[in-house]
Design a protein around this ligand. Structure first.
Ligand code: NAI
Ligand code: AKG
Length: 471
């Protein structure tokens, strides 16, 4: 009899797929459930030894909440596992979010959903957050880590989309295309060339030369622009771009200034009244990073007094949770002043909103979530050490994978190994990030009846944040 026939098999949500699951259901945060199977095995064809799926829980018990219209590619990966997936198109007001988050093991969000302490404190079953985007500033990463909640994102799948949007905006601003188009939509023919420019030979100043900034640098040079950049880190210049030492130096030289920094205390209002003064007369400002980076009332002044010739904004200090007629003074007190400016492009946070980017993000984050839930691997986590162990194979039947997230204090390893010591520790890896450490060990010669004892002993240690045992 093959191993796949020896274990209980239940149909997953997709009839074509059979998942090996244990006969008793439980939450993924539960560290133990009654003996049912010792190898929730899914027979797969792989090169090399067949890998075991590690799922102590019934996959249909895993509850996932996806907000903000996560791409179908990500939803499919989670549904294929048999997880229960609820998917909403918008983010949720905080009180509704708190109600929903109490129940779920996994939450998937984009940039709008704020997972602050108040929300995370209520998330008693949550083990992992998937940010289906680049930015993770909307999550209290430190609080999450200290409560054993891993956070994953997609660090560069939408970088190219943002860089292309910025290229479009540079030309649109230089040629006043937004205004001309709006005028003609209103029936007005207004053919002008005054203060309309080619971008060839102009200088682009990039603030933040990371994934997006450096991609943009290459595209801008291909269009004949000169590129300078300012970054807090000393970074290799691509092409003939040149790093400048200070922000004022960049602002004084650039015809177009574009921001690609993360939201941090240091980047808040990074471009304010003083910085507009340092910019060249008639230059342009673009921000597709985070709304907190620009002091918008200062931008409104700089536009009205002619210091800048135009601006493009994709992000705002307050953004609505879903689509609709929300861009008013009740959302941001200066919204209507901003809307009335000349040569200003306002887009609703669409920098990463392309089919290509969203599909790729869905796959990347969806797969990271499945890896974490099913086998504890933290590769790509942004708030926990990155820890990986090779998968157990189907031959390794009496093995269990112990995951112990704990406070990073002296003496923990000794105590953990005392607990695991009656078994054969086949592999063990541990790493830490700040105050939090992540230990993963594969142990053999384990009987199902022993798992609860191991789990209880680990849970009793004072260093414990979260224990999971997968088998
Ligand atoms: N509009 C949209 O739809 C999107 C917006 N974003 C935003 O763009 C930001 C940048 O994205 P990536 O390029 O992928 O990030 P990244 O992390 O690859 O690059 C950011 C760069 O900014 C630099 N930096 C940090 N603090 C700085 C400071 N005070 N002064 C100068 N440089 C500083 C860093 O050293 C780094 O090189 C993200 O954090 C996110 O907030 C990202 C994707 C889509
Ligand atoms: O598309 C989104 O929802 C967010 C894009 C973004 O700002 C990011 O990836 O950080």
């Amino acid at each position: 009899m093959s191993e796949a026939q020896e274990i209980p098999i239940r149909l997953a949500s997709k009839p074509s797929q059979q998942l090996g699951v244990s006969s008793v259901s439980t939450s993924p945060t539960a560290t133990f459930h009654s003996p049912g199977s010792f190898g929730g095995a899914l027979t797969r064809t792989t090169t090399g030894p067949a890998q075991r799926e590690l799922k102590p829980f019934d996959t249909t018990d895993i509850k996932i909440l996806l907000l903000e219209n996560v791409n179908q590619s990500g939803r499919d990966i989670l549904l294929d596992q048999g997880y229960q997936v609820e998917s909403l198109k918008t983010s949720l007001p905080e009180d509704q979010l708190i109600e929903k988050i109490r129940d779920v093991h996994v939450i998937g969000i984009r940039s709008k959903t704020k997972l602050n302490q108040r929300v995370l404190r209520e998330a008693k079953n949550l083990i992992v957050v998937g940010c289906f985007c680049i930015g993770t500033n909307q999550v209290d990463l430190d609080y999450a880590a200290r409560h054993g909640i891993a956070v994953f994102n997609s660090p560069f799948a939408n970088s190219r989309s943002v860089a292309e949007l910025v290229i479009a905006e540079i030309i649109t601003l230089a040629r006043q295309l937004g205004d001309r188009s709006m005028e003609l939509h209103n029936g007005t023919w207004n053919k002008v060339s005054a203060r309309c420019w080619e971008i060839r030979g102009k200088t682009l100043g990039i603030i933040g030369y990371g994934h997006i900034g450096s991609q943009l640098s290459v595209l801008a040079e291909a269009m004949g622009m000169s590129v300078i950049y300012y970054d807090v880190v000393n970074l290799m210049a691509l092409g003939t771009a040149k790093q400048v030492a200070t922000l004022p130096e960049l602002l004084g030289e650039a015809d177009f200034v574009t921001c690609h920094v993360p939201e941090l205390p240091e980047t808040k209002n990074m471009i304010g009244a003083a910085q507009f003064e340092q910019m060249k007369d008639g230059s342009y400002l673009i921000n597709a990073s985070r709304g907190s980076v620009i002091d918008i009332p200062a931008l409104i002044n700089a536009s009205r007094n002619g210091k800048i010739a135009g601006a493009a904004l994709d992000v705002y200090p307050s953004e609505p949770g879903g689509n609709g007629d929300y861009f008013t003074n009740s959302l941001n007190p200066w919204a209507e002043d901003l809307r009335s400016l000349k040569n200003i492009i306002l887009t609703p946070h669409i920098g990463g909103s392309t089919e290509e980017a969203q599909r790729a993000i869905g796959v990347e984050v969806g797969e990271a979530l499945v890896r974490y839930v099913n086998s504890g691997v933290t590769l790509g986590a942004v708030n926990m050490p990155e820890v990986n162990l090779r998968s157990l194979t189907l031959d390794e039947r009496d093995h269990a994978r112990v995951i112990y997230i704990h406070r990073n204090v002296p003496g923990v390893l000794r105590k953990v190994n005392e607990i695991l010591g009656d078994h054969n520790v086949d592999k063990q890896i541990t790493d830490n990030k700040g105050d939090v450490a992540y230990l993963m060990a594969d142990i053999s010669n384990v009987q199902t009846s022993e798992i609860k004892e191991i789990s209880d002993s680990l849970e009793a240690l004072s260093s414990r944040i979260l224990t999971r045992i997968l088998y």
